[in-house]
Ligand binder design. Structure first.
Ligand SMILES: [Fe+2]
Ligand SMILES: [Fe+2]
Length: 290
């Protein structure tokens, strides 16, 4: 589907304004994961490009999620709706625990020779730059935009397609858990932004910035990790990643309509209700009662 068709499909499907379903409070679970020393180095589909792309993303979670929490917390005492207050607490608890478990994963990958510490410190520098130069409103708009990206990727790329089944079974559960919770709390930052009267211009312009910066950072980091691992010339690995993203199943290509919906004035993260996917994933990947 080309970009014009994607935009027109996206706007056609947004005739009705959605809202966060009543009672949708993100649940804080606190699972702990083990990453055994004999875990294969390329744990997604035995493919360095696919694995190192997710490793690069994992390095961004500790500094990124800290930033998201702070940007929402800044406005917390202005929120009068008790349900949104509860949702904020759930959002903060979920993101804090994601950072903790991904830090453990990043430590294991570092021991396997994948230098994520350098990536993490570069991202932290970028986050600190934004803290210094962006208004609190723009910082929250940044969180809203990235949360839209993460929810889309979690719902389509991890939960809908077979990415999790292609992973080593000792590492798939952390990605499944993270994806489930990203979908559960996808509207919290957006609802806070709307409640404080955040500007549409800032929301949309920040999405444009994120749409440029996020792929550039991820692409540069992936190329660096592939180079450091002696895999830069592995055309089979690159081809398989490109096919997954743009060919068959083409997850990024299929995300375009949902991405463009963000630019509609009627946009709300719950325009796309993926609760059936999340329920299915919870039964498969989470321990009972969690
Ligand atoms: Fe997260
Ligand atoms: Fe999130």
């Amino acid at each position: 589907m080309n970009a014009v068709a994607a935009i027109s499909r996206a706007t056609r499907t947004l005739r009705h304004k959605a809202a966060t379903p009543a009672g949708m409070i993100p649940q804080i679970r606190r699972p702990e994961f083990d990453f055994p020393a004999d875990m294969p180095k390329y744990w997604w589909d035995n493919n360095p490009a696919k694995t190192l792309l997710l490793a690069a993303l994992s390095s961004s979670f500790p500094p990124g999620e800290r930033f998201f929490i702070d940007s929402v917390r800044y406005y917390q005492d202005r929120i009068t709706d008790p349900e949104l207050q509860q949702a904020i607490r759930g959002f903060i608890g979920q993101e804090a625990h994601h950072s903790k478990e991904h830090k453990a994963l990043n430590g294991r990958l570092q021991e396997q020779g994948i230098d994520l510490a350098r990536l993490e410190s570069e991202i932290l520098d970028f986050m600190n730059w934004m803290r210094k130069h962006f208004s609190p409103e723009r910082q929250l708009a940044h969180t809203v935009a990235v949360e839209h990206f993460t929810a889309l990727m979690a719902e389509e790329f991890l939960l809908k397609y077979n990415a999790l089944d292609e992973m080593d079974p000792r590492i798939a559960p952390i990605w499944a858990w993270h994806a489930i919770e990203e979908s559960e709390h996808k509207a919290v930052a957006f609802d806070v932004y709307k409640s404080i009267g955040g500007s549409e211009l800032v929301r949309l312009s920040e999405m444009l910035v994120v749409s440029v910066v996020f792929p550039i950072f991820s692409g540069i980091h992936l190329v660096q990790l592939m180079k450091e691992d002696g895999q830069l010339g592995n055309l089979k690995a690159w081809g398989s990643l490109a096919n997954f993203m743009w060919g068959k199943p083409g997850v990024l290509r299929k995300l375009l309509p949902s991405y463009f919906r963000y630019y509609s004035p009627a946009f709300h993260p719950w325009n796309h209700d993926a609760r059936w996917l999340v329920e299915k994933a919870k039964r498969k990947w989470l321990k009972p009662n969690s």
